[in-house]
Write a protein that binds this ligand. Structure first.
Ligand code: ADP
Ligand code: MG
Length: 349
């Protein structure tokens, strides 16, 4: 129970196509995250799965049954939104049990299910309160509790943490991970925050203008981005991208030196933690330290690479380097990424 399959799913608003043919199979119990910049179609895709938006073309199956034309109530899914959408005049317990009550469930069953959800979400002490007397994180937990009592086949979350402050987001992220562990249910979760995506997902779906840029585990996307879009979207600070040319199995950076690289490469990518610092003339390029951002556990050095542009280097702990120091930059060859003129990744030679 809990597999979801999209086949050639499209969404058109009049003449405008916002979802452009999505094929995706989600396994039972999987935690899948849709991530991408604002407006790329994440919410639209999630709402089509939930039945809140019509599917213009293509089909959707849940547990092997075609539900493309079924209303939300027949799909067995439950949605949690960014705005908690709680009833202000009802207690926490009544909010959580409301859907069971309208479905005509006996009071004993409602009480049992609400108590169990409250236990899982640590809301037992708040069952008699009104939503206005709760913190943002507690309200979000009530909204999640309302989904749990319905015992859905799968949970759909649309940016559930976006309204919370940074510290609470980290706490709720942990709680959602625990919830997935304990319930073992399929979860589809939309976010524009790549840290949430990396930390929570079994698999990430990166969306770009209504198409899938790449699907994979967080590690696959981080280590082997299929294209420039994913390379620059996943990872913080972002991957450094530089222009190059390549022939005869060797690449040359514009404004730098080179190494072994695939023919046809026009861009080289290297993550900040895969560059080591040395003396000018070392490695692939030289640059001047522009700013050193000390973060405690790491320092991010922003290097002015002249023609190469700005290059970020991550150093564990601190460094004795200061603004204006000249350095040589060595790129770990096993961690260089190459992209062709279409922005597609090329295999390292
Ligand atoms: P995301 O959740 O990734 O930010 P959305 O799924 O909300 O993006 O929107 C995707 C695109 O669809 C956007 O360009 C948005 O303007 C467009 N869109 C969403 N709803 C409608 C609508 N009812 N009519 C026309 N265009 C819409
Ligand atoms: Mg959205």
């Amino acid at each position: 129970m809990g597999s979801i399959e999209l086949s050639a799913v499209e969404k058109w608003y009049g003449e405008v196509q916002v979802i452009k043919g999505i094929d995706l199979a989600i396994d039972e119990g999987e935690f899948v995250i849709f991530v991408g910049p604002s407006g790329c179609g994440k919410s639209t895709l999630l709402r089509m799965i939930g039945g809140l938006e019509e599917i213009s073309r293509g089909s959707l199956a849940i547990n092997g049954t075609d539900v493309t034309d079924q209303p939300p109530s027949k799909r067995g899914l439950s949605m949690v939104f960014q705005s908690y959408a709680l009833y202000p005049h009802m207690s926490v317990a009544d909010n959580m049990g409301f859907s069971l009550k309208t479905a005509g469930a006996p009071q004993s069953e409602i009480t049992a299910k609400v108590s169990e959800a409250a236990r899982v979400l640590k809301l037992e002490d708040y069952l008699d309160r009104r939503p206005r007397d709760l913190s943002g994180g507690q309200r979000q937990r009530v909204a999640i509790g309302r989904s749990i009592v319905r015992d859905p086949t799968a949970f759909l979350f649309d940016e559930p943490l976006s309204n919370l402050d940074a510290a609470l987001r980290v706490e709720m992220r942990y709680e959602i991970a625990k919830l997935h562990q304990s319930l073992g249910r399929t979860m589809i979760y939309v976010t524009h925050d790549q840290v949430e995506a990396m930390t929570l997902a079994d698999r990430i779906v990166v969306l770009e203008f209504g198409t899938i840029a790449q699907v994979g585990t967080p590690r696959e996307l981080y280590e082997s981005p299929a294209n420039l879009f994913v390379a620059q979207f996943i990872g913080s600070p972002a991957m450094n991208i530089m222009s190059c040319s390549a022939s005869g199995g060797q690449y040359t950076l514009w404004g730098g030196r080179g190494g072994t690289g695939p023919n046809g490469a026009v861009k080289l990518g290297i993550r900040p933690e895969h560059i080591t610092l040395g003396t000018p003339g070392d490695g692939q390029a030289d640059g001047v330290v522009d700013v050193a951002e000390y973060h405690g556990s790491d320092t991010f050095l922003i290097i002015d690479g002249a023609e190469l542009g700005r290059i970020t280097v991550r150093v564990v702990g601190n460094t004795g380097l200061r603004d204006g120091d000249r350095v040589g930059l060595t790129f770990a060859p096993e961690h260089t990424h190459f992209f062709d003129a279409q922005g597609l990744a090329l295999a390292r030679p």
